[in-house]
Design a protein around this ligand. Structure first.
Ligand code: NDP
Length: 793
């Protein structure tokens, strides 16, 4: 071909990366890999192996151990044994190991990148320039956190043995996002990589060996979903960290309900990519390429729903189609390829079926004119227009290179479309108008918002979902909390704190005689119970002292509706919320004597104890009023040209099932922090002594608490709690009660992936500030949103 002809066609020549070093590494292991347990390579007790292949050409790469139940048990035991050794090293000792791992990953980065491309089918361009550098950065960054553990997080300790299960789409990246923070905070790990992509995890295990990581600190068990399930269900695992499908996430949430295991779930998404008419359209087109064709669209936060302002929609689609024609697909080791292979024939089939469904449902399909290679599992970049927001392909995560486009007229409509999903992992907003971008950012329900950028990640920033995209964060300071627990958790009690409680002498004079049933408090108004039934409340000697409404499902539903109507509270400033809370404290103080008398009457405590409970309640309201504008976020030092704002946001509508003991202090200590952070609350007060809570109605009324911010439903907690845990419009639920109740809450909350905080039958000493108040409450009432804003040169 002459130079002139080359200029004319501008054809790319092949630019293959050599696979030799990676294939030699496999050969050195005779193409067969054992499990890495307790610092040794061990043949699986199951005696089973499975094959791993290269999806770009279907070549067999290696045979890998298929761990069975006994292997998983062995690995957990090794991790348990290693825990004291790892802890004894101290923060600096652990930091040195993490640093050494980072160095080794960097030194072997080319081998990692090639092996990852071979095993997964993703392009070498991505593994070399994105995945592996992010992995090294993660270990470096967390080497720093390991060093700082004892100074920055004095009040926290490790969780223990952590089971980690990762998917195939970013095998090494997911490994680093899980192992680095876990080790940095002093935990030991058993990891199960995905069946489709085990090789780089095994190479990583070798690195652990090379740096002399103490035996059992990291254990690598390859296997399928069954091995994952064994790990999840193992009794001696203290925490499960999972990334994968929402379906499996739900199974895991249910499987460990009531076990007391900590859990973080990073699940699926259907993230919006929003283009306003003033956006730099050519940059936005490149953004689209990164959003949906990066890693063949097999990205949990892929910008798979394109929302374009109507007046530029056709022009923009045309630009996207033109760009699609220029994308290059092929062998993952070709350095000039944009799109590699799909991970497996099953995944290819799923994508194909979803695309057919899209066509059947009336979507207009565009695929480039060029054909995909036929020697591997390839799928062309695909654009659907003419789709409705409710169509299957607009709602379901396809996990492939398929973009679904819709248009909008106003920015309010864009917002509605963006939030019209059960997921909430990420969103990307494209506009030159910073005001518009920063108006959208807090209102989109997603864990990460990228402004004029997309799919950028860094160890210094948290990543994770809202809603059915799961909970917990990976990366950033916020991610470390997934691998720590407050030291005070070890001090929780198996029985409620005992106070000197005498049988109350119900006084007819001190307390206004009750001649009416206390109603519910819904939407700022007192409401009769829907069922028309009431419960008789007695003092602790069994003498009736009043009646309260017996709440039912309908009352709960009404309260949830009212709580949603109160959502303006969420957008009020912290200062404004604080003012309301101070006023509440003031009004409670003004009526303190009544509450003292009520406590004496209901639970038979001495006047001094009742006074103490009222006084502490007032103090606690002050604490959270103070924190309302002080529990702020961070500006993360991410490495790209951005500022990344880590903003704590309210969960939304929260249910709080208050402790039965300490009818006033227990209520205040749980409901007020949730309110302070901007949540609207449905509270189930103490079942045995609810009159203290119903006495609060007037205090709430006189304190300018807007209607719907606090809703109080009295009744039997075992009847009311399941309805709350089941409710799809409740975003979070705290439950302070029995072990069985805790299990039920966690199980039922799996359906819409509610954030849960349960007491597992343990009790707090609400009189003690260590256990009864503090940051833990605020953290549980919020979730971190990371907003990436281009900044600087
Ligand atoms: P899964 O959720 O099934 O797999 C993720 C990990 O969990 C893998 O290691 C898997 O093992 C393991 N696993 C599977 N079942 C269980 C179980 N019951 N208990 C514990 N661990 C289990 O994802 P898939 O790989 O099957 O992909 C299916 C779909 O999930 C994709 O099409 C995509 O939509 C979505 N997905 C989302 C991801 C995300 O990051 N949000 C990542 C990957 C997939 P094994 O690999 O052996 O099956």
């Amino acid at each position: 071909m002459s130079i002139k002809e080359i200029y004319k066609t501008m054809e790319y020549g092949p630019a293959p990366e050599s696979a030799t070093a990676a294939m030699d590494w496999i050969k050195d292991h005779k193409g067969k890999f054992q499990l890495f347990i307790g610092g040794e390579w061990q043949a699986p007790l199951s005696k089973k192996y499975f094959e791993t292949t290269n999806p770009a050409n279907k070549d067999h790469l290696a045979d890998v151990s298929d761990a069975g139940a006994k292997d998983v048990d062995k690995a957990v035991k090794a991790a348990r044994k290693a825990l004291p050794v790892w802890l004894a090293l101290g923060a600096h000792g652990r930091a040195r190991y993490l640093y050494a791992i980072a160095r080794q990953v960097q030194k072997h980065s080319r081998l990692f990148a090639v092996l990852e491309s071979l095993d997964n089918g993703k392009t070498i361009r991505e593994t070399r320039d994105i995945d592996i550098p992010i992995v090294a950065r993660h270990f470096y960054h967390h080497a720093g956190w390991a060093q700082l553990k004892d100074t920055e997080f004095k009040e926290y300790k490790e969780v223990g043995v952590v089971g980690q299960i990762i998917p195939w789409n970013f095998p090494m990246m997911m490994l680093s996002w899980k192992i680095a923070p876990a080790l940095a905070m002093g935990n030991t790990v058993v990891m199960k990589p995905a069946e489709n992509t085990p090789l780089t995890a095994l190479l990583f295990a070798e690195i652990c060996e090379q740096v002399g990581l103490p035996a059992g600190v990291v254990n690598m068990i390859t296997g399928d979903g069954k091995a994952g399930a064994e790990l999840v269900n193992h009794e001696d695992v203290n925490k499960i960290a999972f990334t994968g499908s929402t379906g499996v996430g739900r199974i895991i949430r249910k499987a460990i309900a009531g076990s007391g295991k900590k859990v973080s779930l990073e699940l699926g998404g259907k993230s919006p990519f929003i283009v306003f008419d003033d956006a730099d359209l050519d940059s936005a087109v490149e953004g689209i390429v990164d959003a949906i064709w990066f890693n063949q669209g097999q990205v949990c936060c892929a910008g798979s729903r394109l929302l374009v302002q109507e007046n530029i929609a056709e022009k923009f689609y045309k630009k996207v189609r033109t760009r699609m024609e220029k994308l290059r697909i092929g062998n993952s080791l070709d350095k000039a390829v944009d799109i590699g292979a799909i991970v497996s024939p099953q995944q290819l089939k799923t994508i194909d079926e979803m695309v057919k469904k899209g066509v059947d449902e009336g979507g207009k399909l565009f695929q480039p004119s060029w054909a995909c290679p036929s020697d591997g599992y390839f799928y062309p970049p695909t654009l659907f227009t003419n789709v409705t927001p409710s169509s299957t392909i607009s709602q379901v995560e396809i996990f492939g290179p398929v973009l679904v486009a819709m248009s909008f007229r106003t920015h309010e409509e864009a917002l509605k479309l963006a939030n019209n999903t059960r997921y909430g992992l990420a969103a990307s907003v494209w506009t030159e108008n910073i005001n518009l971008a920063l108006d959208m950012a807090p209102r989109i329900k997603a864990g990460t918002i990228w402004i004029n950028c997309t799919n950028v990640f860094d160890a210094a920033s948290g990543f994770g979902g809202y809603r059915e995209s799961g909970f917990g964060r990976e990366g950033g300071k916020e991610g470390l909390h997934e691998y720590m627990k407050p030291r005070s958790e070890d001090e929780l009690l198996s029985k409620p704190v005992t106070r000197d409680q005498k049988v109350a002498k119900t006084s007819k004079t001190e307390i206004p005689q009750i001649d009416r049933t206390a109603k519910m408090y819904v939407g700022g108004k007192q409401k009769r119970p829907d069922g028309g039934y009431s419960l008789t409340i007695t003092d602790n000697g069994g003498t009736p002292i009043g009646e309260v409404g017996e709440g039912n499902r309908k009352d709960i539903r009404n309260a949830v509706e009212a709580a949603h109507a109160g959502s303006k509270w969420t957008s009020m400033t912290g200062h404004a919320r604080a003012q309301v809370l101070y006023f509440l404290a003031e009004n409670l103080a003004a009526r303190g004597d009544e509450f003292v008398a009520r406590l004496q009457q209901s639970i038979g405590v001495s006047e001094a104890d009742a006074l103490k409970e009222v006084e502490l309640s007032i103090q606690r309201i002050y604490t959270y009023a103070a924190m309302a504008d002080k529990y702020d976020g961070n500006v993360h030092h991410t490495i790209t040209r951005n500022v990344t704002l880590a903003m704590p946001e309210a969960l939304g509508v929260m249910a709080v099932v208050c402790p039965d003991e300490f009818p006033l202090l227990g209520f205040i200590s749980t409901v007020i922090p949730a309110m302070a952070m901007g949540n609207c609350v449905i509270a189930i007060p103490s079942e045995t002594a609810p009159l203290t809570a119903t006495d609060l109605y007037q205090v709430l009324d006189t304190s300018d608490v807007p209607g719907g911010v606090v809703n109080i439903i009295t009744g039997e907690r075992d009847v009311l709690t399941p309805t709350l845990a089941d409710h799809d419009d409740v975003d979070g639920i705290w439950y302070f009660g029995s072990k069985e109740g805790s299990k039920l809450v966690e199980e039922k909350s799996a359906e819409n992936m509610k954030r849960t905080w349960v007491s597992n039958g343990k009790h707090r000493n609400w009189l003690d500030a260590e256990q009864g108040e503090g940051e833990a409450f605020l953290r549980k009432a919020t979730q971190i949103k990371n907003i990436w804003i281009p900044y600087g040169a």
